[in-house]
Design a protein around this ligand. Structure first.
Ligand SMILES: *Cc1c(COP(=O)(O)O)cnc(C)c1O
Ligand code: SF4
Length: 400
């Protein structure tokens, strides 16, 4: 690509908005007291700025910034533990020396092969039949250290290029088999409401064959005041059917988040949750159970848990495959079914999303070779054998 976008008003630096550099200022700050754009301008963009508000901030080498920028909203900083460097929110957003160590395997900037599947001249990734990923923005409110799209989200300038978005919409309009469009980025909500209104409106007007219009956004979680009645009116007007938010730890679920989630739901939007399985953050059965139960409590359906992608500087977050299977086993059967998401590995180089499921049911060959039997194991380890499931009944045709 790289993806080229219009600059939302939020991204235009303002000389008048000051950062909250002392603990007293951060403690006194009410995220609801000003616009989301104002708060966006107050983001911390260097680890030294966070030293005034948090203790034990790691003094990372400046070379970290060559690979991936730092951005933290004041609201997010308020949720961080002041003293504990292992706080699950700090781990997600503050850089560490681990990012510079060399892992024993290749890490890539486009590990998922998205550029290969991008339609030239557009920011549409067309990998699967009938549905496309439309990368409309190249920035987020707060930058996650494990981001799979590091190659695009931390570019210092969100360069204005309406053409790429136009050509993307042309592509969607011209390909009538596309019935599902997923807006992502970056974060589509970094756009101002009127620009989002234009883009969604153009898709609905020019591509009436699109049956399902959805969006992935972490801004709902990182800067909840981005959700306003005006934004919800835009979502409702263009019948956005689903918004997937991204939460990795129950600490990210606050009264303010719940309130704004409810606003989106009232606009008739179904909501889903995406989670990245991260070592030290949520690779724990109790943490996951709590996260997914809190999620269904607010009416947000856990959708996917992704393994950490093998992107540069994120290897220290990788949870081994066998551990992910154990985590799944700790959920299925133990908590409400709707609270159990699908666990996913995104195959290297663009193989796509692959479900990972422990084996509960397996078909085995009978010792005498005459057929098969099916051996079952439930969530609590009890077993039963169901030979009847191994049979392929040939139904007699009715004669009369
Ligand atoms: C994740 C993804 C989608 C959407 O996949 P679903 O399983 O339908 O949610 C579409 N395109 C690309 C390239 C993706 O990575
Ligand atoms: S919210 Fe998503 S796209 Fe944005 S920095 Fe985090 S992982 Fe990357």
């Amino acid at each position: 690509m790289p993806a080229i976008i219009d600059i939302a008003p939020a991204q235009v630096a303002s000389a008048t908005t000051t950062k909250l550099l002392t603990r007293a200022e951060l403690d006194a700050y009410d995220p609801e007291s000003e616009s989301w754009q104002k708060q966006f301008q107050r983001r911390y963009t260097h680890h030294s700025e966070l030293k005034g508000v948090l203790n034990q901030v790691e003094d990372v080498n400046e070379t970290v910034y060559n690979k991936f920028a730092i951005a933290v909203t004041p609201y997010m900083a308020q949720l961080m533990d002041r003293d504990d460097p292992k706080c699950p929110i700090r781990l997600q957003y503050l850089p560490s020396f681990h990012e510079e160590t060399k892992p024993g395997f290749a890490t890539l900037l486009d590990e998922l092969g998205e550029e290969r599947d991008t339609i030239p001249g557009t920011s549409v990734v067309h990998r699967y039949p009938r549905r496309v990923l439309f990368l409309v923005s190249n920035t987020c409110a707060t930058l996650c250290r494990f981001c799979t799209r590091k190659r695009m989200v931390s570019q210092p300038t969100g360069s204005v290029h309406k053409d790429e978005i136009e050509r993307s919409i042309d592509y969607i309009a011209a390909n009538k088999e596309i019935d599902d469009v997923l807006l992502s980025g970056g974060d589509p909500l970094t756009f101002a409401d009127d620009r989002l209104d234009e883009i969604l409106g153009a898709i609905r007007r020019r591509a009436p064959h699109v049956r399902f219009l959805r969006m992935g956004s972490r801004m709902v979680v990182q800067l909840p005041t981005r959700i306003t009645p005006e934004l919800c009116a835009v979502l409702e007007k263009h019948r956005v059917q689903m918004v997937n938010i991204h939460i990795n730890h129950p600490k990210e679920i606050t009264p303010l988040l719940r309130q704004r989630v409810k606003m989106i739901q009232k606009a008739g939007v179904m909501m889903g949750l995406q989670t990245v399985c991260l070592k030290g953050v949520n690779d724990d059965v109790q943490v996951m159970r709590e996260l997914f139960m809190q999620s269904i409590e607010m009416g947000v359906r856990p959708y996917y848990v992704y393994s950490t992608d093998m992107v540069e500087g994120a290897h220290h977050f990788i949870v081994p495959h066998h551990r992910m299977l154990q985590l799944y086993e700790g959920l299925r059967g133990w908590i409400s079914g709707p609270a159990v998401p699908t666990f996913i590995v995104d195959g290297l180089g663009g193989l796509g999303k692959l479900p990972i499921i422990p084996q509960y049911v397996k078909e085995e060959l009978l010792p005498d070779g005459t057929g098969t039997t099916v051996k079952c194991r439930n969530y609590a380890g009890k077993t039963v054998e169901m030979p009847g499931l191994g049979l392929d009944f040939a139904l007699p045709t009715q004669s009369n």
